[in-house]
Design a protein around this ligand. Structure first.
Ligand code: DC
Length: 217
């Protein structure tokens, strides 16, 4: 029996990372932002002169990725998100990153993992699953505000266009499309403040935890 696992999925800039970090703090659990794995693969591949469409080269980078070095700010840029979405389309890259994510989720004390396919592929038995959404416009606005610190010249329209392209690519993947697990609780944050989102996420997870604890007795 593994520990309490919280899977937080959702599209680009939906706020799932913030929610995952907050839940991890609330429950004293380690957290993995799985998007950073794909971002690190994309950025490393480009830095080495590779091409994002080259599945074999991308998978080779994924296999030798050091997951303890995901804190590089270069992985948080707009370009890194785009590169991540491109390499994430390769089945061989997803396979190369799968075991690490599954092992992270399966650690005995439990974990929080956020991404696109956590509740469906990485941790399908997770006792708590959230699918966080918001309109493309709301997500673009949030991402645009975040990017102001590192890239003040970036235009809102360009961020919105990026998000639409990424949504389409992430949803269209043949092997693990971006989709909510059937047992995930949907959280649409379009009209919600950060604190309202945090409260709603806590309530969802509290209910899931109560159900999970009953199964342990
Ligand atoms: O969540 P993010 O913006 O950091 O993710 C970057 C890209 O990585 C996203 O466009 C799709 C991909 N990704 C994925 O395919 N599966 C995951 N579990 C996480 C991210």
């Amino acid at each position: 029996m593994s520990g309490f696992v919280i899977a937080v999925d959702g599209p680009a800039a939906s706020g799932k990372g913030t929610i995952a970090a907050q839940l991890a703090a609330d429950y004293g659990l380690p957290v993995l932002d799985s998007g950073l794995l794909y971002r690190a693969v994309g950025v490393t591949l480009l830095n080495e002169g590779g091409e994002l469409g080259d599945a074999a080269a991308a998978a080779e980078v994924a296999r030798r990725l050091d997951p303890t070095r995901l804190g590089d700010p270069a992985f948080r840029t707009r370009g890194a998100g785009e590169a991540a979405s491109r390499v994430a389309a390769h089945t061989s890259v997803r396979e190369a990153l799968r075991d690490f994510q599954r092992a992270f989720a399966a650690q005995s004390g439990g974990a929080v993992v956020d991404g696109r396919d956590i509740g469906t592929v990485i941790a399908p038995d997770a006792p708590a699953k959230l699918y966080v959404t918001a309109t493309a416009e709301a997500r673009a606005r949030r991402r645009w505000l975040q990017l102001q610190a590192s890239d003040p010249a970036v235009a809102y329209e360009d961020v919105l266009a990026d998000i639409r392209v990424r949504d389409e690519r992430d949803a269209g993947r043949a092997d693990s499309p971006m989709a909510a697990a059937p047992d995930a609780v949907l959280l649409d944050t379009t009209e919600m403040s950060i604190s309202a989102v945090a409260d709603a996420a806590r309530r969802i997870v509290e209910a899931a935890r109560a159900r999970w604890e009953k199964t342990l007795r």
